[in-house]
Design a binder for this molecule. Structure first.
Ligand SMILES: [Zn+2]
Length: 323
């Protein structure tokens, strides 16, 4: 049957019909809101390249998370900016490190929203690298011990889910082993399984004050040109015990999200990163794009590609529009 019998426009006639036949939906419980916590009291320092996002001290963070919860957002992803950085990334696994203190406060003050903690060393190392460095090499196996200790410290503080973002080989297995040995068998691992070496992370480096002092992250993060390699990374992480998989960034890698959705049954998250947020926001500020509209389009595109969960700096704005 073809035109004039078939007319696809019949089902686009009005919003009630369009809503009924809509194939993909977005709701606040599919959103996770990334946040940055820093030492001090009453600190709310705007990240200039990410308007509307802040480095929060714990008191303000608690209020921000309360407002995210009130909008129906499922969880937050927490990044820490420590008082001091050193070569061994001590702040990452110190029981009184900034993230651990923040987690304790959030679990006490704002029950009922998932506290997911980023596990990496780059916010805590003086040189801004994701692992232990020798000369100009990031040492893989030596880093695993410190990452596992960081995940354990977060779980002890009460983190609901730990999320390794470092891209060291074997880290999911190392973290799972230490958590299980230490009585945290029920803490899930959300693995940044497929993380590309992306230029879209630029604004985040300002937010987390984690720009590498030398070199870059191409020796551990993936080449943007590679898709088959994503299958290899995901296969390894599943074998090592990952509970949720993540692709990062999201928008430029929708094909990867779809490929993983089609092949694996685990829940799939996608991280709409700082540069994706900032590019849309800047164009919106210039009046070149309708920001609310393109923001929602970018998010539904990520859902349509197959992501169950979206990490996004737009979480609160999007949840407000969905209410
Ligand atoms: Zn890192």
């Amino acid at each position: 049957m073809t035109f004039p019998v078939t007319r696809p426009r019949r089902l686009r006639m009005n919003e009630i019909v369009r809503k009924m036949v809509r194939e993909t939906r977005l709701s606040p419980e599919q959103l996770v809101y990334p946040l940055f916590v820093c030492p001090g009291q009453g600190v709310k320092k705007e990240i200039s390249s990410m308007p509307g996002n802040y480095q929060w001290s714990i008191d303000g963070l608690v209020e921000e998370v309360r407002s995210a919860k009130a909008l129906g957002i499922s969880g937050i992803m927490l990044f820490g900016i420590p008082e001091k950085k050193d070569d061994r990334a001590t702040g990452a696994y110190d029981d009184h490190g900034i993230v651990q203190e923040a987690v304790r406060a959030l679990k006490r003050e704002v029950p009922g929203i998932l506290i997911i903690t980023d596990v990496c060393l780059c916010e805590y190392t003086a040189n801004g690298h994701c692992g232990v460095v020798s000369g100009d090499e990031i040492l893989n196996d030596e880093t695993l011990e410190l990452l596992s200790r960081a995940a354990l410290a977060q779980a002890k503080a009460g983190a609901d889910i730990v999320a390794p973002s470092d891209m060291m080989d074997g880290r999911v297995g190392a973290i799972r082993t230490l958590l299980d040995q230490s009585g945290f068998r029920n803490v899930p691992i959300l693995s940044y399984a497929v993380k590309y070496a992306s230029g879209y992370y630029g604004p985040f480096r300002e937010a987390a004050q984690s720009a590498p002092a030398f070199g870059d992250r191409r020796s551990h993060q993936m080449d943007p040109a590679n898709a088959r390699e994503a299958l290899k990374e995901v296969g390894l992480d599943i074998e090592e015990g990952a509970d949720i998989l993540m692709v990062k960034p999201a928008g430029p890698y929708l094909d990867i999200i779809r490929m993983l959705r089609d092949r694996y049954s685990l829940p799939l998250a996608a991280y709409q990163v700082s540069g994706e947020f900032s590019a849309l926001t800047a164009a919106g500020q210039l009046g070149w794009l309708d920001l609310p509209r393109t923001m929602m389009e970018s998010l539904i595109g990520i859902r349509r590609a197959g992501a169950d969960i979206i990490l996004t700096y737009f979480a609160k704005e999007a949840a407000r529009l969905l209410a």
